[in-house]
Design a protein around this ligand. Structure first.
Ligand SMILES: [Zn+2]
Length: 215
């Protein structure tokens, strides 16, 4: 069987396998290390496949995902291992699915996302003058790309109110990411493949913006 390389019509099983593969790739980049970070995808019937919390992300297997109803965050089907708990990203990922039609969301704990948030002016970060901006849907390399930057909270789910607020703001209409100060980033796409591309592109943009500020 050939593994898919780009499709918006993957089966639930293919999506589970791809999410595991992405966690391994992102772990190797230092974006989901120390059990931090997270990921979700969606099933063909619009339910969310959510990774578990508090586990080594690079070792997650396809049966370890929870099936969640993104309308209210309720668990439709638990992970096969009863010792696993759903990610605290549940309410944030659900908000991105509801408000932005996201088909997949990545939560990164990359150092570059923390350092990029430090460069925010007020509650937003401007990214400009980089060819890689074209990797974000509907963005060109001449645009000044504005990302929301929100304030960290003791527990991840407590970020949800801030996330829901910025997702509705017109000035962030082209943003496919939210930075969380001192913490990381949420990055999404209309399907798992676009979320992968956006995750790679935004990390380049974070790294470039931080490096330029220091030069
Ligand atoms: Zn986190």
């Amino acid at each position: 069987m050939n593994a898919p390389v780009a499709s918006t019509r993957m089966s639930e099983e293919e999506t589970r396998e791809l999410l595991c593969e992405l966690l391994r790739l992102f772990y190797d980049r230092g974006w989901v290390s120390g059990t931090g970070g997270g990921i979700c995808g969606t099933t063909p019937d619009g339910l969310m496949l959510l990774a578990p919390t508090g586990v080594h992300k690079e070792r997650i297997q396809p049966p370890d995902f929870f099936v969640i109803d993104p309308r209210d965050g309720s668990v439709v089907k638990p992970a096969a291992d009863p010792g696993l708990r759903p990610s605290e990203c549940n309410s944030i990922f659900s908000a991105a699915i509801r408000e932005r039609g996201a088909g997949s969301v990545v939560h990164s704990h990359a150092l570059s996302s923390v350092l990029a948030a430090d460069l925010a002016k007020g509650d937003s970060l401007e990214i400009r003058d980089l060819e890689m901006l074209k990797g974000i849907r509907d963005v060109t390399n001449r645009d000044v790309h504005l990302l929301p930057v929100i304030t960290n909270t003791p527990r991840e789910y407590e970020l949800t109110e801030q996330v829901e607020k910025v997702l509705k703001e017109e000035r962030f209409a082209t943003a496919n990411a939210i930075l969380v100060r001192d913490h990381g980033a949420y990055i999404w796409g209309e399907d798992v493949w676009e979320a992968k591309r956006h995750t790679e592109v935004y990390h380049f943009l974070f790294e470039a913006t931080v490096a330029r500020d220091r030069s």
